[in-house]
Design a binder for this molecule. Structure first.
Ligand code: SPD
Length: 295
């Protein structure tokens, strides 16, 4: 991976502002559109290339997206008993689908993204995100409501369910609630694995803790994994993995891991083991208190 480059003359600061802190890049706005769901902004920055914001919040950028997509995808795809049928809810830039389809065992991937304009702009301006996924015959895109899709899909219809949504406000709010998670559990086949981005333990502390707690209640087993997405609020990020029949997501199957690890910039089996262990003490205490132990 290249180190970030210096600002160009003519670039302005493009910032996400949260609770009195700014997270910004020197960049030029390439295109901005209002969809029925949100404001979609495409920028170009010397540091991280072209990037995407939704309602002023950073989603992804060409030279930073691997920090986010690899940790969401590979612990789940390297652990589920089978990976024939995968569901991605959200993920309109295509990065999550691209990483899933690097696994040869995936036969059918449904991606359900609510905002067709995000897909259109990502394909036009950020083609490396989805890469070959958009034309892969295993890939099936539905522009529609992922929450409704989960509610109406048959029991035990997927091996892996991944949620790649934005923060819990606007169209993504319903991706953090009990009934949605209950449907995701219902969709899993035996040995199936669920994963979702679970916000920052620093910038979205309570949302993060509440999400891990709720997933433990709904699935029986759930664990957060910690990494870094430098452009996101605080830079410190998490993804939470859940499975009804035990924490099988913690240890990747060697053969599947070996097939994808060489093409990864961030994820490796060793990185994953450390990332599951890197639970901050305040989160560990909060979760232990929930489980009935002393904090
Ligand atoms: N605060 C940003 C959370 C965004 C998570 N989804 C990013 C989409 C990348 N595919």
């Amino acid at each position: 991976m290249q180190p970030p480059a210096a600002p160009r003359s003519g670039d302005a600061w493009v910032d996400e502002e949260l609770d009195g802190v700014r997270y910004g890049l020197a960049a030029t706005v390439v295109e901005e559109r209002i969809s029925p769901y949100q404001r979609i902004t495409i920028i170009d920055s010397p540091a991280y290339g072209k990037g995407l914001l939704l309602d002023g919040c950073w989603m992804t950028a060409e030279r930073q997206e691997r920090h986010y997509h690899e940790p969401l995808v590979h612990p789940a795809l390297c652990a589920a008993a089978s990976i024939e049928r995968v569901l991605v809810i959200g993920g309109g830039d295509g990065g999550t689908a691209r990483e899933c389809l690097r696994h040869a065992g995936v036969v059918h991937l449904d991606m359900v993204e609510i905002d067709g304009l995000v897909v259109e702009l990502a394909r036009r301006h950020l083609p490396s995100l989805g890469g070959g996924a958009w034309s892969d015959p295993r890939f099936h895109l539905t522009v529609g409501d992922g929450i409704g899709w989960a509610a109406s899909s048959a029991d035990a219809s997927y091996d892996v369910v991944l949620v790649d949504g934005s923060d819990p406000a606007g169209p993504a709010e319903g991706l953090f609630n009990r009934s949605f998670f209950q449907h995701c559990r219902r969709l899993l086949r035996p040995g199936g694995v669920f994963a979702t981005q679970s916000e920052s333990p620093e910038a979205f502390r309570q949302v993060h803790i509440d999400t891990v707690r709720l997933l433990r209640e709904v699935f029986g087993h759930a664990d957060p994994l910690y990494g870094w997405v430098p452009m996101y609020p605080s830079g410190w990020w998490s993804w939470t993995f859940a499975c009804p029949d035990g924490p099988r997501y913690r240890e990747p199957l060697a053969e599947r891991a070996a097939a994808v690890a060489g093409g990864c910039a961030i994820w490796s089996p060793r990185w994953q083991r450390g990332a599951f262990e890197a639970v901050p003490a305040f989160v560990e205490r909060a979760l232990a208190a929930t489980d009935g132990d002393q904090p």
